[in-house]
Write a protein that binds this ligand. Sequence first.
Ligand SMILES: Cc1cc2nc3c(=O)[nH]c(=O)nc-3n(C[C@H](O)[C@H](O)[C@H](O)COP(=O)(O)OP(=O)(O)OC[C@H]3O[C@@H](n4cnc5c(N)ncnc54)[C@H](O)[C@@H]3O)c2cc1C
Length: 429
Amino acid sequence: MIRLYKTAALPSVEMTGFETPLSEEESAIQNTVHRFARDVLRPIGRELDRMTPEEVIAPGSPYWAAMVESAKLGLDPQLIAQFPPEVAVRIESLIGEELGWGDSGLAVSLGAATVPLLMAQSLGNPELIEMCTGKIGCWMNTQPDRGSDAAILYRQELSAVGKQPTGNVTAKVGADEIVINGQSSAWVSNGSVAQVALAYMAADYGDGFYGTGEQGSFTNGVGMIIPLDLPGISRGKPLDKIGQRALPQGEIYFDNVKVPKRFAVALKDEYLGNLASTWSYGGTHMCQVFVGAARAAFELALAYCHERKQGGALLIEHQMTHLRLGDMLRRLEMARAIARRSLAYSRMSPQSHPYATAQAKVSVTEEAMKITHEAFQLLGGNATTREFPIEKLFRDVRSALIEDGENYILTSRLGVLAGRLYQNGWTRE
Ligand SMILES: Cc1cc2nc3c(=O)[nH]c(=O)nc-3n(C[C@H](O)[C@H](O)[C@H](O)COP(=O)(O)OP(=O)(O)OC[C@H]3O[C@@H](n4cnc5c(N)ncnc54)[C@H](O)[C@@H]3O)c2cc1C
């Protein structure tokens, strides 16, 4: 049936665009997180953006206030998971988008902070749960010489005679203890403030770093939760970077650090599967966050077009502006749709996959970059000054094209996956 209307009234619209009606509960959650994003994350994010990385993490910095205030919101993934799956996906998406709308750097920091606890809860390990509860966490996977190479899952991703490098931080796994030496990359989100890490690295189980047979090109690995106050752990200088300056990043150094083997979450044969699970789960947060950042850019441009006069009229009265705003909104709707679909796939499909999550992250961040770029262009010279927040959004979004996997690499991994699926019978009926 066609739903008939008597007039061409404006369509119903939510903060999140052309949305089917939100339930009371969904609206309440969205409004609460929106207020938090508007009143806490956004102003604090702007303040932190102007500070040095050392000032951002110093005691008394507004960064800590943002962390404390966010804890009061009670956005526990365990509680969200109690809703029916489709509802839980929409709620998770609404929350991530509002956080990203407020400040993408802080939204990433909040997301990364929960990762070790989520792993402990997924394993149902009471000791690890207690160790991670109330702590700021991080996800430590990349290293200076093992960036894109840190997350290789298939042989086709290595060049003909290539081997996955062991990288700069490695573990020796003994009977009761794991000994770690080396350093993480400077990119680890929350690296300079985290109290616990979910860490992945190459590991020697007594017979060298490389597997045998089919696995001969891959390093053996280990995943573990590390309390970051163990003897032998130190931090690098907090990273100074162009975007997401509210997100503290920095190296973590390990000098003969001894971790009880019971803190391992994935030994030898479970390593790749566990790494893949965390990545396919966590990468979805990036998608929602950068839909939020793109929406913030669109909203700024839309408002500016109603204030700025050129050619004898407000920008919004010019046809070319309609085209540009329409294109931005179309891309925003598309990015949100992709972000939600991949979130649903990650949470609800019987076997999720990090490359399926990653392709969505590529599409969302590429669209977010186009939207933010166009918003920047619409603000003319004003965009280039630090008085207008669009320059910050532009810098924040730019980093996302590399964060959580560089976009070309992630796209080529999708191609590898397509080949593997075809070889397994997909599309051949
Ligand atoms: C804001 C931000 C947050 C981050 N957060 C975290 C975090 O929480 N935890 C963590 O562990 N890491 C984190 N990272 C690191 C991030 O995952 C890496 O930066 C990313 O995977 C790319 O690695 P790289 O920087 O070493 O670049 P490289 O891998 O050195 O890539 C450099 C260039 O070389 C190209 N390239 C790489 N490999 C190949 C190849 N085989 N063939 C052809 N070209 C290739 C790439 O396309 C890229 O253009 C973060 C990064 C950023 C920017």
